[in-house]
Design a protein around this ligand. Structure first.
Ligand code: NAP
Length: 280
């Protein structure tokens, strides 16, 4: 029997309805949640991303402020804006769209965001909070992957999860969230000699690599859950993930499609973090 699809679009809609009702409750108490989105420069992909984030806020009743600056904005001026937003009681989340122009140090900028408003969860302090089990914001993409796994009703306790990829924004925080859910976690990366050796033992595989067909059907244990974070293009220019979807669908029990799996969840979890911030 082919694997069941984990529908990220449907789950996103469900979660956004929940977010909208929590936003409405906060607004009724005079505390409308607010997200500030900062864009520096003219990067076309970034323009689309920030537009989508601002629109998503509007759809669920989160107040959003989009601040757009020319590419020659100085680092000092950007840090000054972040300090002002840190102090603004109407703003509960601050997001600086990456990449920044070369003359601005992204680390300095991320660290300038107050941990209580770091809804991307990228700062060293937020990562430290996650690492030590404090209540820090979970980075949006791994947080979304956890919700997708949770939606299958699968209990991760004592199961073996393999994460392929170890980036600071996806792979590492993903592994940490799986660990917090009591899975036994293996992290694989480009220096892992025999990826299949690990993935064949996995009850859950999360692929976050950025390379097509990294995971093929012979590398998957029958009945596994496969979460595909990758965003790549196939030979026809069509969006595809990191896993051989058609073949793995015949082996796995649950699988996320690309598009329509992890992708829609990322902005949804940004909205969720903003609500959680306002509720705190
Ligand atoms: P990244 O920073 O480039 O990290 C990729 C990771 O994959 C690295 O840790 C790398 O290992 C590992 N890797 C590369 N080749 C490998 C191989 N042959 N076998 C095993 N591991 C390998 O990328 P990222 O930011 O984590 O993103 C990963 C993918 O997810 C990309 O396609 C990205 O577009 C997508 N993404 C999607 C969303 C979404 O919302 N859907 C969000 C974020 C990212 P090393 O560390 O050893 O180099």
């Amino acid at each position: 029997m082919p694997a069941q699809l984990i529908d990220g679009t449907a789950l996103s809609q469900k979660l956004r309805a929940e977010i909208a009702s929590r936003a409405a409750a906060l607004t009724a108490q005079g505390k409308q949640p607010g997200l500030a989105v900062i864009l520096v420069g003219e990067d076309p992909a970034s323009q689309v991303y920030v537009r989508n984030k601002v629109k998503a806020c509007g759809d669920v009743g989160i107040h959003s402020v989009l601040e757009k600056y020319e590419a020659d904005l100085t680092e000092a001026a950007l840090l000054e804006r972040i300090a002002a937003l840190n102090a603004d009681p109407a703003i509960h989340g601050i997001l600086v769209q990456m990449p920044l122009p070369k003359h601005i140090n992204p680390h300095k900028v991320i660290e300038a965001i107050s941990t209580s408003k770091d809804v991307d969860g990228y700062s060293v302090l937020s990562a430290g909070e996650q690492m030590t089990g404090l209540d820090g914001f979970r980075p949006c993409t791994p947080y979304g992957c956890m919700k997708l796994i949770e939606s299958t009703g699968y209990d991760l306790r004592g199961k073996h999860a393999v994460v392929i990829g170890r980036s600071n924004t996806v792979g590492k925080p993903m592994a940490l969230l799986l660990l917090q859910a009591n899975a036994t976690v293996t992290i694989c990366h480009s220096a892992t000699p025999d990826l299949g050796l690990y993935t064949r033992q996995a009850d859950v595989v999360v692929a976050a690599v950025g390379r097509r067909n990294t995971l093929t059907a012979d590398m998957v244990k029958p009945g596994a859950i496969v979460i595909d974070v990758g965003m790549n293009r196939d030979d026809n220019g069509k969006l595809c993930g990191d896993v051989d979807f058609a073949a793995i669908r015949e082996v796995a029990a649950h699988i996320t499609p690309v598009p329509g799996g992890v992708g829609p969840m990322t902005i949804t979890m940004l909205l969720m973090n903003t609500i959680e911030s306002a509720e705190r």
